[in-house]
Ligand binder design. Structure first.
Ligand SMILES: Cc1ncc(COP(=O)(O)O)c(C=O)c1O
Length: 430
C-alpha cells in the first residue's frame, strides 16, 4: 500500500522506521504509508502528531480502545505477582476466566491459546477427534469465510487468494455458499463431522447469517450427528451487542431459545490488545480433548487470564454490551442516511452492533484508479481525513470500533466519511 502516491508520507524518523521494516521484516503485510506512535481511547497518533479516530480498533481487537487503564492496571499488577507458569500446574486465574466464559455461553469447558487461528485449530482437532472412531474428518465451511493463516486455517478459509501457492492443503474442508442451508445439506458426505461458520463474516465483507440459517444448521447437525462450530473470533465478545453473534441474531426467535453451538472459537477482543485466544466446548464434547491431545505453551497464563478477566470486568462495569448496541444502532442509522444521500456511492450498509460494513457501488469505481480495490482506496482517502477503517474484499470498508465508542465519536466518524465522499466526488468533477 506504500505505493499510494497521494499520501503525504512520514517524518525522517518515520522514514527510518519504514526502511528498517524493508530491510528486516518479512513483507507478508501490505502496510499503509503511516507510522503510528501513540494512542489514547478511540484515537491513535502518527509520527507527525496527526490524530486519527480509529474505528478499526486493530481489526476488532482493542475492545476497550487504546491503552485503557483497566488493562494497564491488570497487566502491571499481574506482572509483579505471577506472569507465567506452564500448564503443568494449576493457578487461580485461568479457571476463573474459563468460568466467566462458561457463564456467558452455557455449560461446557474452555481451552486457552494466544490467537484466533490457534483457537480454530483446536476446533478442527476437536472435530477430528470426535469423528475418529467413525472415520469422519470433513468440515464444511463457507465461501468467503476467513479462519486464519495456518495450513488448516487457509484450508478451512473459503477464499482462494489465501490458498494459492500453499498447496497441497490440509484435506477435509469443503466450502458452501454462506447462508444457504440447502447447500450445506447437499455438501454433507459420509466423511463429514462438522459445519463451521462465522455468525457474521468479517473478512468476507460483513455478511450476517440469517436466523433461519442458524436454526436450520442446528437441526441439520443434530439430525446428521455433526458438530456445529462457530468462529467467533471477529464477531464475538459483545461486538454485536451480545456476547456471541448468534445470541443477537436469534433475539426474538422463540426457536432460538437455548440455542447453543457445539464449540466456539474466540480471540481478538478477548484480550483487548493482549494476545489471547480461547475455545468453549459444550458439555457433551468438553472432555474429548483429554490429557496429551492438545496444548499451547502460552495458553491461559496468569498474565493473559488476568487481562481477559479485566476486559470482561470493564465491559460489565461500563455496560459496554448495551453501548455496542446503542452506539452501533446510531452509527448504522447514520450510515444508512449517507447511503440515501449518496445512492451512487454507497450500495449497502450491513452488520449488527459495532460490526458494520459499507459496500461501495460499482459505479463509484469511476472516481478511483482501476488497478486497486475500491475498498483500499476509500480506506486511504478516509485516512487522509483523519480516520482509520478496515478494508474487506473489493468494495467494503469495515467499522469495528472499540466497544466503548462514544456517540460523539460515532458522529465524528460519519462527518469524516461524508467529507471523504464529497472530496472524492469533487475531484472527479473538477
Ligand atoms: C473470523 C476470523 N477467524 C480467525 C481469524 C484469525 O485470527 P488470528 O489472526 O488471531 O490468528 C480471524 C482474523 O482476522 C478472523 O477474522
Amino acid at each position: 500500500m506504500s505505493q499510494n502516491p497521494t499520501l503525504s508520507g512520514v517524518t525522517p524518523e518515520g522514514t527510518a522506521v519504514k526502511e528498517r521494516f524493508d530491510r528486516c521484516v518479512i513483507p507478508v503485510y501490505g502496510r499503509f504509508d503511516m507510522v503510528l506512535t501513540r494512542s489514547e481511547g478511540s484515537y491513535v497518533l502518527d509520527d507527525r502528531n496527526r490524530r486519527y479516530l480509529d474505528v478499526g480498533a486493530g481489526v476488532a481487537v482493542c475492545a476497550l480502545g487504546h491503552c485503557h487503564p483497566a488493562i494497564a492496571e491488570a497487566i502491571s499488577r499481574q506482572v509483579r505477582q505471577l506472569i507465567h507458569v506452564s500448564n503443568l500446574y494449576y493457578h487461580d486465574l485461568q479457571g476463573r476466566f474459563a468460568e466467566e466464559l462458561v457463564d456467558l455461553i452455557g455449560p461446557g469447558k474452555c481451552f486457552f491459546c494466544s490467537s484466533g487461528v490457534e483457537a480454530n485449530e483446536a476446533l478442527f482437532k476437536l472435530a477430528r477427534k470426535v469423528g475418529s472412531e467413525s472415520g469422519r474428518f470433513e468440515v464444511i465451511t463457507c465461501q468467503n469465510s476467513f479462519h486464519g493463516r495456518t495450513l488448516a486455517g487457509i484450508s478451512a478459509t473459503g477464499q482462494q487468494k489465501v490458498k494459492t501457492g500453499f498447496e497441497p492443503l490440509v484435506p477435509g474442508f469443503r466450502h458452501v455458499p454462506f447462508d444457504s442451508l440447502k447447500a450445506a445439506e447437499e455438501a454433507i458426505s459420509p466423511a463429514t463431522i462438522a459445519v463451521m461458520i462465522e455468525g457474521i463474516q468479517g473478512e468476507g465483507g460483513i455478511n450476517v447469517a440469517s436466523p433461519e440459517f442458524l436454526l436450520g444448521l442446528r437441526s441439520l447437525c443434530d439430525e446428521r450427528g455433526l458438530l456445529l462450530l462457530f468462529d467467533g473470533v471477529q464477531c464475538g465478545h459483545f461486538r454485536t451487542g451480545r456476547f456471541q453473534s448468534y445470541q443477537r441474531i436469534l433475539e426474538g426467535y422463540a426457536a432460538g431459545e437455548g440455542f447453543l453451538p457445539d464449540a466456539i472459537s474466540m480471540a481478538k477482543s478477548l484480550g483487548g490488545g493482549f494476545p489471547l485466544g480461547a475455545i468453549w466446548v459444550n458439555e457433551r464434547y468438553a472432555d474429548v480433548l483429554g490429557p496429551g491431545t492438545h496444548g499451547a505453551t502460552f495458553g491461559g497464563t496468569p498474565l493473559a487470564s488476568a487481562v481477559g478477566l479485566a476486559v470482561l470486568a470493564e465491559i460489565e462495569a461500563s455496560s459496554l454490551e448495551q453501548n455496542a448496541r446503542d452506539v452501533g444502532d446510531c452509527l448504522r442509522v447514520s450510515l444508512m442516511r449517507l447511503q440515501e444521500q449518496y445512492p451512487a456511492v454507497i450500495k449497502e450498509v450491513r452488520g449488527l452492533g459495532l460490526m458494520l460494513g459499507v459496500e461501495f457501488a460499482e459505479s463509484f469505481s469511476k472516481l478511483l484508479t482501476k488497478e486497486r480495490p475500491i475498498s483500499l482506496q476509500v480506506v486511504e482517502a478516509v485516512q487522509r481525513e483523519g480516520m482509520l477503517t478496515i478494508p474487506a474484499g473489493q468494495r467494503v470498508i469495515r467499522f469495528l470500533p472499540p466497544l466503548n465508542l462514544k456517540r460523539e465519536e460515532a458522529e465524528e466518524a460519519i462527518v469524516i466519511l461524508q467529507r471523504t465522499i464529497e472530496k472524492l466526488i469533487a475531484w472527479n468533477i473538477s
